[in-house]
Design a protein around this ligand. Structure first.
Ligand SMILES: Nc1nc2c(c(=O)[nH]1)N[C@H]1C(S)=C(S)[C@@H](COP(=O)(O)OP(=O)(O)OC[C@H]3O[C@@H](n4cnc5c(=O)[nH]c(N)nc54)[C@H](O)[C@@H]3O)O[C@H]1N2
Ligand SMILES: Nc1nc2c(c(=O)[nH]1)N[C@H]1C(S)=C(S)[C@@H](COP(=O)(O)OP(=O)(O)OC[C@H]3O[C@@H](n4cnc5c(=O)[nH]c(N)nc54)[C@H](O)[C@@H]3O)O[C@H]1N2
Ligand code: SF4
Ligand SMILES: [Mo]
Length: 735
């Protein structure tokens, strides 16, 4: 099954002819080695057809999954355009999305399976055929299962529409140890909001009138539709206040920016709550009806005056008081933006809970311009009965450390510590798909130490990422434009919840395969084939079983909507919490020995020459995965260290000097960028540089690796890595 072609003004050729042409292109690629590159338009060897086809796809340059239209000529994708019917992105494809076409024709693409020869990281590889590679992987996994138990293999998958298949494989193979990237991303925020509202809200940015954005960078870290809707809301008069130790592009477009002292957001939130309650500005009717614990909260926040919060955060008390009043006057069309990445501090769950509590006081839940409930599209998760294995340990490798870890996501930080220690039981296998923890997990040396403990590490990637570079077996994956994926549902506030589906718009490069094909083949080799006895098309049919006609719409429009009410859905409904209300005071936490209200702890102060190192991104890079893209590299060829002129002056550092950044975790050399865009006590560098891999031609030898310097603290409640707890020393390198 393929997505239907869309007619466009330049005309289109029939599907049959297209298939013929794409078949021809893949034969050329197979026979000419890197012939795929030669098949690109403009190549002298080929006469190009005057017409192109348009095919729906889904962007994969980040997790937003924007629907797109690929313009394909003679089997070659020339350009990607946004799908105007995809309301969630408001008809946008960002810079990275446009550059997605280079994933397909990247000369650094992995071409065939590779087996490590020589020492780990030495870069000596032997080419294997697929049957050889799969036999080898199946043999190694079986050996580990027999010697150590099936939980002796950890499976880790990043954000992808095929990740579900690797989780299914793990279950069928018999390991409970599945990890996602989320314990390095957002699970503390998820935890904090879930444990307040009983679900994770979707901000209704388009209709809001007042936003306090703390620890988020929506105009660079793009989240659809929030980024675009916020821009529209601002044009319609919404006020944006940004709290960020850095002057981000979001700060630049805000009405007010406060370079907050890192780690003090909760103090500001408690002061907001103090003003709202002591000045009687909160939504009393809403709180009386929908919230639990206003008495306890009122008593608790009494001492947290704006003056107290000023001492902590360095935001003027008068501004904190004024912001609280302004929010109240715009409520319910006012919000503390919930944020996304929350892998920040050791008390990040409680920090995000304090955001949630202020939102509850504003009474913005379930109302226009506030926080709305997630809407169900009606996609089903196909179920199956996994086999039962005796002789497995009682629990996951990372169990019992963080009190409220999400089992489906796990905690990379806790799992890594456990593998290094060999306790509570040995883990000897590590299987990764579309994730690059050697760059995205704090404390790279520890990750390398973990890898040293393994008997077998297999990585499925599209390029030789740092994680692939250290693996024993590297398997070449199809990129998103080459494969058919399951359907995926998306939330989009007033842009409506929707389903997207991905079909190949180009033939696979070289010998690359999909994750589905790989696990199916592996399962077949382990007498587990019955659990993968279906096609992706059949899997989708099961997903769409309760949505008759959805497939036709997906083929016609590239996106399917199942409209439902957005506001007022909680009328007469209980919240999914212990008290059945929004929990200003959380009794479940109390019973578990956790603070029932968010308790503030001052961050450690930095001495002279010491800085807090924070992470972030910009609009042209995605975590660690886009730095080598030949279109994007022009905009961000390497990284440097943002340091304030005052601090640089004290240390004798000039713009462009090479400096050493050092923490307890490690040390890197990097160029200094002397800029007022960061606080004097805070330094910053982009992620994804200073690579280990020699297989990334555009980024190799460029910049420094932040993962090498970040210390690996964690949020105690959720097990989320806490990336902003690192204190570094910066010094000028002797000439
Ligand atoms: N220092 C620092 N660390 C961070 C962050 C940060 O900003 N700074 N951000 C954190 C956050 S929010 C997140 S979500 C995580 C994300 O961390 P990761 O899950 O590691 O995500 P990426 O860095 O995007 O790496 C994705 C990998 O998948 C590969 N890939 C891309 N497309 C495909 C494909 O189609 N198939 C396969 N098999 N592989 C593919 C890429 O080459 C890359 O190696 O990182 C976290 N860690
Ligand atoms: N272009 C682009 N877009 C992306 C991504 C990408 O890599 N590139 N990644 C996607 C993913 S996976 C995610 S999770 C989201 C992440 O998007 P966001 O949740 O917006 O996270 P960050 O971009 O990391 O922004 C966090 C901001 O917090 C600031 N900060 C640091 N410490 C503190 C503090 O103590 N208090 C306050 N108030 N601020 C602090 C940092 O300087 C940084 O600007 O972006 C998504 N969108
Ligand atoms: S936000 Fe940009 S990179 Fe992310 S899915 Fe959409 S177009 Fe692709
Ligand atoms: Mo993320």
């Amino acid at each position: 099954m393929g997505s239907e072609m869309i007619n466009d003004s330049k005309g289109s050729i029939s599907r049959r002819n297209f298939l013929k042409l794409s078949g021809a292109a893949s034969i050329a690629a197979a026979t000419a080695g890197s012939g795929l590159l030669d098949a690109r338009p403009g190549s002298a060897a080929q006469e190009t057809s005057p017409v192109f086809d348009s095919k729906y796809g889904v962007c994969d340059m980040c997790f937003n999954r924007c629907s797109l239209i690929a313009r394909v000529r003679d089997g070659v994708v020339e350009k990607l355009d946004p799908n105007p019917k995809f309301l969630k992105s408001r008809g946008m494809l960002c810079a990275r999305g446009n550059a997605g076409v280079r994933q397909l024709y990247d000369p650094d693409r992995l071409k065939y399976p590779l087996l490590r020869k020589g020492a780990r990281g030495e870069g000596k590889w032997q080419r294997l055929t697929w049957p050889e590679a799969l036999d080898y992987a199946a043999e190694k996994l079986t050996e580990i299962a027999e010697e150590y138990s099936r939980c002796g293999v950890v499976f880790m998958a990043g954000s992808d529409m095929q990740s579900t298949f690797i989780h299914r494989f793990a279950e069928v193979f018999g390991s409970y140890n599945t990890l996602s990237h989320e314990s390095m991303c957002l699970i503390a925020g998820t935890r904090g909001f879930l444990d307040t509202f009983g679900e994770v809200p979707i901000p209704d940015m388009l209709y809001t009138k007042y936003v306090v954005m703390a620890g988020a960078n929506r105009f660079e870290s793009l989240v659809t539709p929030d980024s675009i809707d916020l821009m529209t809301a601002i044009k319609n008069g919404c006020k944006l206040v940004v709290l960020d130790p850095r002057y981000t592009k979001t700060a630049a477009l805000s009405d007010e920016w406060y370079p907050i002292k890192p780690g003090t957001d909760m103090a500001v939130m408690l002061a907001f709550a103090h003003v709202l309650i002591t000045e009687d500005l909160y939504d009393k009717e809403f709180v009386a009806e929908k919230c639990y614990g206003i008495e306890q909260l009122s008593e608790y926040v009494k001492p947290f005056t704006p003056e107290w919060a000023q001492e902590q955060s360095q935001i003027p008390a008068a501004d904190i008081r004024r912001m609280a009043r302004e929010m109240a006057s715009h409520a319910p069309q006012a919000m503390i933006y919930p944020g996304r990445r929350s892998s920040n501090y050791e008390n990040s769950t409680q920090i995000r809970r304090s955001y949630a509590i202020v939102n509850a006081l504003l009474g913005n839940w379930d109302r226009p311009g506030g926080l709305t409930a997630a809407r169900m599209v009606g996609l089903k998760s196909p179920s199956f009965d996994a086999p039962f294995y005796e002789n497995n340990p009682d629990d996951r490798i990372d169990a019992g450390v963080a009190k409220l870890m999400f089992e489906e996501e796990g905690s990379f930080k806790i799992a890594r510590d456990a593998i290094i220690k060999g306790e509570p039981y040995p883990v000897k296998g590590f299987f990764t798909y579309k994730t690059n923890p050697l760059q995205t997990a704090a404390n790279r040396r520890k990750t390398m130490e973990m890898v040293e403990k393994l008997d077998f590490m297999c990585t499925v990637d599209i390029t030789m990422s740092d994680t692939a570079w250290l693996a024993d077996l590297v398997l070449p994956s199809q990129c998103a434009l080459e494969r058919s994926d399951p359907c995926s549902s998306q939330q989009g506030s007033s842009a409506c919840a929707c389903v997207v589906m991905r079909d190949a718009v180009a033939p696979p490069a070289f010998e690359s395969k999909s994750m589905f094909w790989i696990v199916k083949e592996l399962a077949g080799r382990m007498a587990l084939g019955e659990y993968f006895d279906f096609t992706v098309e059949e899997y989708r049919e099961q997903q769409l079983a309760e949505l008759p006609g959805a497939m036709d719409v997906l083929l016609k429009d590239g996106v399917y909507y199942n409209p439902s009410k957005l506001y007022g859905v909680y009328e007469g409904r209980i919240f999914k919490t212990k008290s059945k209300k929004i929990e200003l005071y959380n009794e479940r936490y109390e019973q578990m020995g956790l603070d029932p209200v968010p308790v503030y702890r001052s961050p450690r102060d930095t001495d002279k020459g010491e800085f807090r190192l924070v992470v972030g991104r910009n609009a042209v890079i995605t975590q660690s995965s886009s730095q080598n893209n030949s279109l994007l590299v022009q905009f961000q060829p390497d990284n440097d260290l943002w340091i304030h002129p005052q601090s640089a002056g004290e240390l004798g550092i000039r713009h462009g000097d090479t400096v050493t950044v050092e923490s307890k975790a490690g040390r890197q050399r990097i160029r200094a960028r002397v800029t007022e865009r960061t606080r004097p006590d805070t330094v910053y560098m982009h992620t994804g540089f200073g690579v280990l891999s020699k297989g990334l031609s555009n980024v190799r030898g460029k910049g420094a690796c932040i993962a090498e310097v970040l210390e690996d603290y964690m949020d105690d409640i959720s097990g989320n890595m806490a990336m902003h707890e690192t204190i570094v020393k910066v010094s000028k390198e002797a000439a």
